[in-house]
Design a protein around this ligand. Structure first.
Ligand SMILES: Cc1cc2nc3c(=O)[nH]c(=O)nc-3n(C[C@H](O)[C@H](O)[C@H](O)COP(=O)(O)OP(=O)(O)OC[C@H]3O[C@@H](n4cnc5c(N)ncnc54)[C@H](O)[C@@H]3O)c2cc1C
Length: 484
């Protein structure tokens, strides 16, 4: 299928949705043009680090489902998503030249590698005179809003919250494009003008976007085969096919004991958000330290971190619940957790490469490689001498998810009890967590290790007491006793 594309391209990163997507809205410049996007399976997905793959099959499957869902949504709007396993700084300039693209819109991200990737793309597009615009939509609060109220560097979360959002009810809902943060010098003026421009109200594409802002989608996915044939054709006949299969192995099935049957994509993410916000959010504060079941916490993180849903949409759903049932400590606390997420993003931006490296400050010994350290391998496989740790690690390996309570305990065990370098644990989490987010993952690991933002200088958990308190009857450990 050939389509008439616009001269605007959206580089989708961790904003894999069509609703409430400022980059997509900004690219919708013409009544007749179809949305054209690209997603790159780059080294952050396909690569290895310290000898370990960065994306294990369950995480890769969730990602592939999310990319496919986005592709189907764009096709429904008459557009297309080009999916390739290539670095963005090489793929984007090629596409821009072949398809006569003048503007590339994307999402602004905060962690070091992501910032560096955007910088490389900026340079490459600058060299061919293409305007590059980054839109801030990954966090609940905009960066400017944060630093208006808080001086850099950020200290602890409690200070951040006190200064930046002391009253969660006062956080305003912004479903419109947030801001333009960076562009090529060539077209600065042009891009800044966009910042204040309202999206055009005409055209099928805009109508669809407007509609999707209001209505959660329930459409069933069409068969994957349908997307294989699609290609973007240029007038001169150049064609750009999308990958037909995930470039990373996805041959894993989620264990039936999973807290949720996680499925990637905006469609499934919206469904989960609506389900959770209909009622369970009302008891979030009392249940959030749970270990078993779908509703002890929101389970929104996998969709939030690939951008299948946005923090603004979560806030909107919470506000709708509050309008019907009244605000309570639980609705407030869920928003506070989103602020934790924001805090780690801005902290990551401040720390730059130190977020990952930290070698000078690393705790414990650094194993030469993962194959020859039996203690580390036992931790990964859930075969340590502690059954509470084992249960959590098995849940992670078999479902791609682990509760926040579990994450704190297994991280503390690895760092403080086993004396293993925190980065190995963080890397195992990176590969396996469906909700992997660099800032949240490496930030939380550093927090527990006492390297960042922790006023107590680290967090050590007494595993025995924690198991007694949060798994009093031992039901969770029993659930994960069997390895099957
Ligand atoms: C060692 C360690 C590693 C972690 N790695 C990640 C990660 O890679 N990605 C990730 O999203 N979270 C990470 N977390 C934070 C937290 O455990 C998860 O966000 C949470 O368990 C996700 O489940 P939920 O969506 O049900 O959360 P809920 O309890 O329902 O919270 C709602 C949302 O708030 C945000 N949130 C809550 N707690 C935190 C937190 N401590 N830090 C940042 N955001 C938070 C998440 O977006 C979450 O979806 C990590 C925590 C630890 C201790």
């Amino acid at each position: 299928m050939a389509i008439t594309h616009s001269n605007q391209l959206v580089w989708f990163r961790r904003n894999l949705r069509v609703a409430n997507n400022p980059a997509l809205e900004a690219a919708a410049d013409s009544q007749h043009a179809k949305p054209l996007g690209v997603f790159c399976y780059d080294q952050q997905y396909t690569g290895t680090w310290l000898g370990m793959p960065r994306c294990a099959p369950l995480r890769a499957k969730f990602l592939w489902e999310s990319v496919q869902d986005l592709q189907q949504q764009l096709q429904q709007m008459g557009g297309e998503l080009i999916v390739q396993a290539e670095e963005p700084e090489t793929l984007l300039p090629k596409l821009c030249q072949e398809l006569n693209i003048t503007h590339v819109h994307t999402q602004r991200l905060f962690a070091h590698e992501e910032v560096a990737a955007a910088e490389r793309v900026l340079q490459a597009l600058n060299a061919i005179g293409v305007t590059f615009v980054q839109h801030e939509c990954y966090t609940l609060l905009a960066e400017a809003e944060v630093y208006e109220r808080h001086t850099s560097p950020l200290g602890s979360f409690s200070k951040f919250r006190r200064k930046v959002a002391p009253d969660t009810q006062a956080i305003t809902l912004r479903l419109n494009p947030l801001s333009v943060s960076q562009t090529s010098a060539v077209a600065q003026e042009n891009a800044v003008a966009r910042e204040n421009a309202e999206p055009q109200e005409n055209g099928v594409w805009h109508q669809l976007l407007a509609h999707q802002k209001q209505t959660p989608r329930t459409r069933e996915n069409t068969a994957a085969e349908n997307i294989i044939e699609n290609a973007v054709a240029q007038e001169n006949g150049a064609r750009h096919h999308s990958l037909k299969q995930s470039p990373i192995a996805i041959n894993a099935d989620t264990d039936s004991r999973s807290v949720l049957p996680f499925k990637g994509g905006e469609t499934a993410g919206q469904r989960r958000l609506q389900d959770y916000a209909a009622s369970a959010v009302g008891h979030y504060k009392e249940t959030r330290n749970g270990l078993i079941g779908a509703d002890y916490s929101s389970k929104l993180s996998p969709w939030l971190n690939l951008g299948c849903i946005s923090p603004a949409q979560v806030l909107q759903a919470v506000r709708e619940y509050e309008a019907e049932h009244g605000a309570n400590a639980s609705t407030e606390w869920l928003i506070v957790e989103l602020l934790w997420r924001d805090f780690f993003q801005f902290l990551a931006a401040e720390h730059g490469a130190d977020l990952f490296q930290g070698s000078a400050k690393a705790l414990g010994k650094v194993p030469e490689n993962t194959d020859n350290d039996p203690t580390f391998l036992a931790w990964c496989a859930g075969e340590t001498s502690n059954e509470f740790v084992n249960a959590n690690m098995r849940e992670l390996a078999k479902t791609g998810f682990m509760s926040n309570r579990g994450r704190q305990n297994v991280a503390s065990a690895l760092i403080h009890d086993m004396g293993i370098d925190w980065r190995w644990g963080a890397l195992w989490f990176e590969a396996n967590l469906l909700d992997y987010d660099p800032a949240s993952n490496y930030g939380n690991w550093q927090y527990i290790g006492g390297l960042a933002a922790n006023p107590r200088g680290g967090s050590w958990f007494n595993l025995k007491k924690q198991a007694q308190m949060y798994d009093t009857e031992g039901a969770y450990q029993k659930l994960w006793q069997a390895q099957y």
